[in-house]
Ligand binder design. Sequence first.
Ligand code: UD1
Length: 438
Amino acid sequence: MDKFVVRGGNPLKGSIDIGGAKNSALPCLAATLLTSAAVTLHNVPYVKDLITQKRLLEDLGATVLTPALRTHQVTADHIDVFEAPYHLVKTMRASVLALGPLLGRFGQARVSLPGGCAIGTRPIDLHLQAFEKLGAVVSLESGDVVARAPQGGLTGTTIDFEKITVTGTENVMMAAVLARGTTTINNAAEEPEIEDLADLLSKMGARISGAGTPTIVIEGVDELGGAEHTIIPDRIETGTFIVAAAITGGELEIRHCRPDDLRAVIAKLREAGVEIEEKDATTLVARRGPGGLTSRDVTTEPHPNFPTDMQAQYMALMTQAEGTSVITETIFENRFMHASELIRMGADIHFSGNTAVVRGRTPLMGAPIIASDLRASASLVLAVLCAEGETTIDRVYHIDRGYETIVRKLRSLGADIERVRQGIEAATGEMPAIPQPA
Ligand code: UD1
């Protein structure tokens, strides 16, 4: 398994381009299963989860061309397998996004129960209840979820999600676009990625209104066609680089982002003393303010509030802020695994249940640490960038799932970070090298 070796202390400076949103590209790639026509997606980030999703589409029988590194053209005109196998689902929970489109278009789908990040129990009961409400028969067979639509397909209905679920909302949208009649989703997730998926589906001929609000209405159509779509910028990568500028005391110009998609993060970071200038609608400049960083409490909540996917990075920043901050995680259990590694580096963090209390500011020292999930990895990288001495981060394959060429990007900004490849395991767990321009 690969490691990162980092010698902290360099303020990051320069300009960085944000890639496409992983969490938008995943459902958009799944949506290509809804039509036999070609769908072209641009700005698909070059990260491991998307390589897995492409592999899944190919396993199902779709043809996926990549005329450019971040452009995928998918033609799902010969789908002859309706199953997402365990070996893919276990590495990436988002494989469950195949359920909605397969069920909607072909009336059948089989997906192994999901794995993904080790951040506690992540059930899909709400997806399944919604499919049943659309008329599907859902059963569990040998660890797989099997869903079948009745003769004549799914029928539109009203889905009242008892809890807000992002991929659940996306799965139901994709199942409902080809259903008979109208589907109303209440208590829908409002994340920008939902709107992006709705944009793509509308370009394919779907009739959807209300995406980005708590109520989404979908009028079923008989079939969908081809489309061309550009994935929105990744708001979590954007937030991570803002924190990188602040935690290292540097200054970053962050380009090709959408500040409007991370208002709660920007507001909280400003409160904590980070200067964030909005140069234009897609460019930010971030630096630590002259007064230094001040502790501020945060609670993770569904969009438009502070996202759970920024909680770990925010905790790293709070170790460098004056005062005490209380960080409350309301979305996932077991999502403080980065905290114990931060403590090993010298942070003063006490946690119990879903609350962590961070007392700052504490100097961080290099130590061997282990990344436990995607966002925890980002938090640890940020912490070691401002730590004294050399730090080795183990199990960095987690970060490859969602951050494109993170080492190269950080090095281009002045970070002293290198990836150390280890033996045969690296050959199987490593991202293929990005082709270099001639
Ligand atoms: C998505 C994101 C992930 C982000 C999360 C919350 C993708 C690919 N992943 O994950 O990065 O951290 O949203 O913003 O977009 N729940 C149930 N039953 C269900 C579904 C969810 O109880 O059937 C619970 C979950 O356990 C969790 C909460 O609902 O407590 C929210 O989960 P959900 O929004 O579904 O997260 P994901 O879609 O898996």
